[in-house]
Design a protein around this ligand. Structure first.
Ligand code: ZN
Length: 180
């Protein structure tokens, strides 16, 4: 690792400042944590992926943040339950899991982290702030794809209590199938 861990960490934060600098003052902790993590992950992935038989990592800007594909962290160190993980403003994706729906889901987490004050990972917005799993339900709804059981339960709750119409319920089912 030619740069060394501190070098990759700094490179990640420098990348963040160059590509998304306006967000630094909004939440400096989430900013430094996310882009620092991304730098380390990208550096580790660049060195270790060839040995792990995975494609080389890429880093791309998305509105408000950045995503790393073929993340060594996501492929090998993250819980097998997940396809990606968002840290502050950056997302690390497991190889082959970067579907549109998954990207939209994680982008909602970037927005959640941006609106949080003080810490590095955020809450859901609006009503989604106030119950357990709310941020995942909000992210699933943003993506039109239900990766979490509680999102399906939430929609059924709304439907059975007649907060949403039969038509909307059917449309939601349809969107979800489309994005599966
Ligand atoms: Zn999520």
């Amino acid at each position: 690792m030619a740069l060394g861990a501190v070098g990759w960490l700094s490179a990640g934060v420098a990348y963040g400042l160059a590509t998304n600098g306006k967000q630094f003052l909004n939440n400096p902790v989430a900013f430094s944590y996310g882009y620092g993590f991304a730098g380390l992950d990208y550096g580790l992935s660049s060195v270790a992926n060839p040995f792990a038989g995975a494609p080389m990592p890429t880093i791309d800007r998305v509105p408000g943040g950045a995503i790393i594909r073929n993340s060594f962290y996501a492929n090998n160190l993250m819980s097998k339950k997940y396809y990606a993980q968002t840290h502050g403003y950056t997302v690390s994706f497991r190889t082959g899991e970067d579907t549109y729906a998954h990207i939209l889901h994680e982008r909602r987490h970037i927005i959640q982290n941006r609106t949080r004050e003080g810490f590095y990972n955020g809450y859901g917005g609006g009503i989604f702030r106030y119950f357990g799993g709310g941020k995942e339900i909000e992210a699933d709804l943003s993506a039109g794809y239900f990766g979490y059981q509680q999102t399906g339960a939430f929609i059924l709750f709304l439907y059975y209590n007649k907060y949403i119409s039969d038509d909307l319920y059917r449309n939601i089912r349809l969107w979800t199938l489309l994005n599966n």
